[in-house]
Design a binder for this molecule. Structure first.
Ligand SMILES: C[S@@+](CC[C@H](N)C(=O)[O-])C[C@H]1O[C@@H](n2cnc3c(N)ncnc32)[C@H](O)[C@@H]1O
Length: 222
């Protein structure tokens, strides 16, 4: 069976690109997901979601930005591509591209859905032109603590906005509801600080809360 997963190899330098993850960060994330996949197989738990319900609640909040059937959509940190399946189930079939740094997760995804357009790599590995996708969405991808004070998250959000024709939607963990002592490698953000940053990229921002206790979503529209 041919699997439609295109591999991008990280650069040999310390970072995969000037703005990308440091190699040690990337290797850590890859190892984490290799282990979780070996432990849980195809499941929300392999993606560090506690249940399918919390994964879908995030998808619903993100899609609320206005994703419509036929739109093109880039999913950053796509995991198994479950967002694409969920959008189809909501009668919002899109022209879907998913990227993820975990070759293990993507290989499993490719075995299940060989025709889905999944590419291995992070945002800064790809040379897409600005405005290449109607929507650029991200769910859970920036939840790991890179110990960089959020620099990578801000670079990613800025790049996502450049790649979008209509807008960007992403979620983060909300630090008001998470005890730092129990975060275990995860990172949570101050909502207003992140919103203020997004407003330096575009004034057309909207904060979405209330769909889950410890999560918030930001829409950034063109
Ligand atoms: C919490 S999981 C969520 C997966 C998917 N968005 C979902 O909700 O089903 C985060 C995913 O992001 C991937 N990931 C983490 N950092 C990444 C990065 N910088 N670029 C691309 N993928 C990344 C991980 O390999 C993992 O599959």
């Amino acid at each position: 069976m041919s699997i439609n997963v295109k591999m991008q190899l990280p650069g040999l330098g310390v970072t995969s690109k000037d703005s990308g993850l440091m190699r040690v960060q990337r290797q850590g994330l890859e190892a984490r997901h290799r282990d979780s996949l070996a432990r849980f197989g195809y499941s929300p738990e392999a993606l560090f979601w506690s249940t399918r319900g919390v994964q879908k609640a995030r998808f619903k909040a993100l899609a609320g930005i206005g994703v419509t059937r036929g739109d093109s959509l880039l999913d950053v940190g796509c995991g198994f591509g479950d967002l694409d399946s969920w959008l189809c189930s909501q009668k919002k079939t899109v022209q879907y591209t998913g990227i993820d740094i975990s070759p293990d997760i993507l290989n499993r995804a490719g075995e299940m859905t060989p025709d889905r357009n999944l590419q291995c790599g992070e945002l800064f590995d790809f040379q897409w032109a600005d405005s290449s996708f109607d929507w650029v969405l991200l769910s859970g991808t920036l939840n790991w603590n890179l110990y960089d004070h959020g620099d990578y998250a801000r670079r990613s959000i800025t790049r996502m906005f450049a790649l979008a024709r209509k807008g960007v939607a992403f979620n983060l963990l909300d630090e008001r509801f998470l005890n730092p002592l129990y975060l275990e490698g995860l990172v949570a953000y101050d909502v207003q600080t992140m919103l203020a940053f997004c407003k330096t990229v575009t004034t057309n921002c909207e904060l979405i809360e209330g769909y889950l206790d410890n999560d918030f979503t930001i829409f950034m529209k063109k």
